[in-house]
Design a protein around this ligand. Structure first.
Ligand SMILES: [Zn+2]
Length: 153
């Protein structure tokens, strides 16, 4: 198990989660007939063990920061995702987008999501470019159709 010191980047906070989740939701909404909104972002806390538990089990093992929960609503579907905050904004965006796209694939099977505006029959792909994370047609990966995040990865 990685120790705290092994992580180079500090954990993202709730505000950063809100920003990244909002960008994922906004770009998905821009590119399809479906509206995606962020309905909740909340940091959990590991429960504090009682003195009795510590006496029996020993001191708690450091398991790192508690996950942050993100909830999206897409049409009538609710998508709840838990993410370890020790992640980069790009990784977070990719994780959240991936979960929503996976959900779409089971909920609206057969429908490309998010649909390619040029071909309409296949979904777009999230591309980590040199200065932006963006949605692109899988046949033209270098053409940015909607920027999710700017800046270094
Ligand atoms: Zn295409």
């Amino acid at each position: 198990m990685p120790r705290e010191e092994d992580w180079t980047a500090p954990p993202l906070n709730v505000d950063e989660f809100v920003t990244v989740a909002g960008r994922v939701a906004d770009t998905l909404t821009e590119m399809s007939a479906r509206t995606v909104i962020v309905t909740g972002v909340s940091a959990d806390h590991w429960p504090e063990p009682s003195e009795q538990t510590i006496a029996i089990m020993g001191a708690p093992v450091d398991t790192g920061p508690a996950p942050i929960g993100v909830t999206f609503e897409c049409d009538s579907a609710v998508i709840a995702i838990q993410v370890d905050p020790r992640t980069s904004p790009w990784e977070l965006a990719a994780r959240l987008a991936g979960e929503i796209v996976d959900h779409a694939a089971t909920e609206w099977w057969g429908e490309p999501y998010p649909p390619c505006p040029r071909h309409n029959r296949h979904p777009l792909r999230l591309v980590p470019g040199s200065d932006a994370l963006y949605w692109a047609c899988p046949h033209q990966l270098d053409r940015n159709l909607a920027t999710v995040l700017n800046g270094p990865a």
